[in-house]
Structures are given as C-alpha cells and as structure tokens.
Ligand binder design. Sequence first.
Ligand SMILES: [Zn+2]
Length: 249
Amino acid sequence: MLRKDEGILLKSARQGETSRVVTFLGRESGKIRLLAKGALGHKSPFRGLLEPGNLIEAVYYYRNGRSQFFLREVHVRNGIRADREPLESVASSLAILELLDQTSYWGSPDEHIIDLVGEYFGAARNGDPLFIFLAFGFKLLEVFGTMPELFACSVCEKPLTSGYFHPAEGVSACTSHSVGTGKRIRLSADLLELLERMAETPLRDLTSGTVDRDLRKRLGRVLHWTYTFHVHGYTLPEALKLIPVQKHH
Ligand SMILES: [Zn+2]
C-alpha cells in the first residue's frame, strides 16, 4: 500500500550495514519510523536527503499490517540549511526538532503541527535564536490546545496587570487571589505585555524578533514549567546548549 505524506524528519540513524531508519512526523501519519533500504549506498537516491530538519514529501509503503514502514521516495521542500545558516540558527531548529519529538506520540497525526513547521521554515529566522525557540514553543502550545490561561485571574476573572502563573494547574491569578503554595511564576507587566504580543503575532513575524535577555529568561520559565507539567518526561532540548547566551543590551 503506497502512501504520500508531507512532514518533518526528526531523527536519522544507521540501520545495519546499508540502510537508515528515520523518525518522520507526517501530516497524515503522525510520528512513524521509516526504513530507507540501501540509503547508505553511493548510488542511493536517498543520499543526502535524510538529514534531520528536512521538511519533506515522502512516499512510503507498509507491510505486516502497519508495523513496518518503508521509504520509497523523498523530495526535500525546505528545512535546516546547515551549510548556509549560522550555527545558533541551526541549533535553534535542532532544539525545535527535539521539542517536537518529545511532544509527539507514535501515530497520532495533527496536521496543524506540520503547518506550524512549514511556517517556521518559510520565515526569515534572523532574530534571537533563543527567542525563536521560545516563540515556536509558545505557538506549539496553541496548536495542542494546551495554552495556559495567562491573561486573566482564575478567581476574579479580571484581566491581569500583574500576578502569578501556576503551571501545575495551567492558570494564573492576580496578586490578591494567588495562593503561594506550589510552583508559581511572577507575571510582571512587561512579561504579560510580551506574552500578549506573542499571542497576537503569527510565528513567521516572531522569528525575526528579539527581546531583552532578562525578559526572555522569564518567558522561558513560563514555557519550561508549562511543558514540564504537561509533557511526561519533558527535558530542556540539548541543542539549546549550542547557542551562546548573548550579553544584555
Ligand atoms: Zn483575582
């Protein structure tokens, strides 16, 4: 049975002497492993096409019910351009792949994720690489429908001008209604303003953005704890370590 799908290559590994196995997150397939037989051979049509971070159109088939998937054709549409992009930009994209891998489950497709990935690779990604990663993480929460309430108090329902975010519950509260037990993160006026701007701005316009280092750190804390409480076993992507932390400006 032949299938055609669009998606992102999350991982690629050697399989035996001659083949590769890739982790593919497809619009219709969700996350699956595809075996590319003979991909290590000099004349393989897959040569150079199976790099993680490639946004591809894949033609594949399966056997034994749906337990084994075999790659037949690959067309690269977009993706990481390691030869043309600065290291920190590549690192930011690699961190996004790790985030997608951690948050996607085997065979549960969500086409909006692939739309977001397409938007990301189609955008000018010349902003602050750490902010770009956070902007993607923020938009991914919107796609999942797990964006916490950040803008209104969960008790009095008034719009927040300052208060606290409670990541375990996914809610926020104003200064008078926030109960100080458990993990809570201060939502100051500048952070709320940034979060609001991010909610209103499409990803493609955020990827050329940059924010003050301290503000970015506080934004990172909101997202990190949201993912920590909502994604089992979530850890900060390793690739973020490749991004040098910029000086305060
Ligand atoms: Zn309140």
